[in-house]
Design a binder for this molecule. Structure first.
Ligand SMILES: Cc1ncc(COP(=O)(O)O)c(C=O)c1O
Length: 390
């Protein structure tokens, strides 16, 4: 007899459900909970972008665009990357517009992996990287990073991972969930190591604009990196456009061509009105992005201070919109901590273990929420930590 289990591919059946989803479901059933679990901006997309999508619909632009995205948007992405990070890409051959950075990650992995190829993944990391690697036929190899090194990945950590048949290194700075960033020298040693092993570097830089300490350095801008790097970015975070589903990848022509092939056979193109909106925000919303960055930075200072004041060790996050305090002193696992905090004080955070085994002992607190909600959430959390002992 066929059971529903046997109809599901082993590769899919074997994927663990996301550790984040469980908490979202619990929070949804608690309307008065304060959620510090969210991974998306509380801001609305700048008006300029919303207006251009409305015009796009009014003008009847309801058709497919070219597979790789509109010419105008690819040109705008290329000049943005040049202007902000000093890397030049050819808009026709080296830029692909995708359905969120999420699709770009999936395409990058599917385009480069043969069955059994290993992908080195510094952790704690965005929850999608290991499952997307498995779905693309690859083998995720976790590379633990440590708070002592400010959660930056180092060549020695990569070497110690001893992956069989390593094909790619997939990393994210500024980082979700730790808020860690990598400086030029950190990147140089990682790029040198990747070059020695002849790896493709997949650099998820979706939080590039949310850097609070001197500005982002792109991995692709490091000498020797460009031709082995797939640079991934997107509009969700800095431009508050999560629901529009728009991202991009830039890289050498052979890799972008391979990704475009998979993209054309699967999603065909990213949404047309979202591409028109993105063109306008990319070329005309620097002030709005700067204002959101200032606001996040203010919240960052508040949350880090409150976490430290309640007795938790909190690594200084310098990018994205997450704090990643240690809860090891409470004696609770990260899952116990998050569950009890939610039930007892109605504050949602994400257990660090959801981001890889080395995230155990930490929780992720998002500060993409109002200062009033942050203050209330921190007051409740301080009460909880005081009770369980820190
Ligand atoms: C590190 C990282 N990469 C990619 C994504 C997906 O972004 P998008 O909305 O552009 O698909 C997220 C979303 O949370 C993220 O945190």
């Amino acid at each position: 007899m066929t059971t529903s289990q046997s109809r599901v591919a082993r590769r899919v059946a074997g994927l663990a459900p996301s550790g984040i989803r469980k908490f979202f479901e619990l929070v949804e059933r608690m309307p008065d909970a304060i959620s510090l679990a969210i991974g998306e901006p509380d801001f609305t997309t700048p008006w300029r972008g919303r207006e251009s999508a409305i015009y796009s619909l009014e003008k009847g632009h309801t058709h497919y665009t070219p597979n790789r995205g509109t010419q105008e948007l690819r040109e705008a992405v290329a000049s943005y990357l040049e202007r902000r990070f000093g890397i030049s890409y050819h808009p026709d051959r080296e830029v692909l517009i995708t359905v969120g950075a999420a699709e770009a990650i999936d395409l990058a992995l599917r385009a480069i992996l043969d069955p059994g190829d290993a992908v080195l993944i510094p952790q704690p990391c965005f929850v999608s990287y290991p499952p997307c690697t498995v779905l693309a036929g690859g083998v995720p190899v976790p590379v633990p990073t440590r708070v002592e090194n400010d959660f930056r990945v180092q060549a020695a950590d990569l070497e110690a991972a001893r992956a069989d048949r390593p094909r790619a290194l997939l990393m994210c700075y500024p980082n979700n969930p730790t808020g860690a960033v990598m400086g030029r020298e950190d990147l140089e040693s990682v790029v040198r190591w990747a070059a020695e092993k002849d790896l493709v570097l997949i650099a998820d830089e979706i939080y590039a604009e949310l850097h609070y300490d001197g500005g982002h350095v792109s991995a692709a801008a490091i000498p020797g990196a460009r031709d082995r790097t797939i640079l991934i970015g997107g509009f969700s975070k800095a431009w508050a456009m999560t629901g529009w589903r728009l991202g991009f990848a830039a890289g050498p022509p052979d890799l972008i061509e391979a990704m475009a092939k998979v993209h054309a056979y699967t999603v065909m193109c990213a949404p047309t009105m979202a591409q028109e909106a993105a063109l306008d925000v990319l070329t005309g919303c620097d002030d709005e992005v700067a204002a959101m960055r200032r606001e996040y930075n203010q919240r960052r200072r508040i949350i880090v201070k409150r976490l430290r004041d309640m007795g938790l060790d909190c690594f200084e996050p310098r990018g994205a919109f997450y704090a990643f305090p240690s809860i090891a002193g409470t004696g609770l696992s990260s899952e116990e901590f998050a569950e009890r905090l939610l039930r007892e004080e109605k504050v949602a955070v994400v257990p660090g273990a959801a981001f890889g085994a080395c995230g155990e002992g930490f929780v992720r607190c998002s500060y993409a929420t109002s200062i009033a909600a942050l203050e209330e959430g921190m007051a409740r959390m301080a009460r909880f930590v005081g009770r369980v002992g820190g």
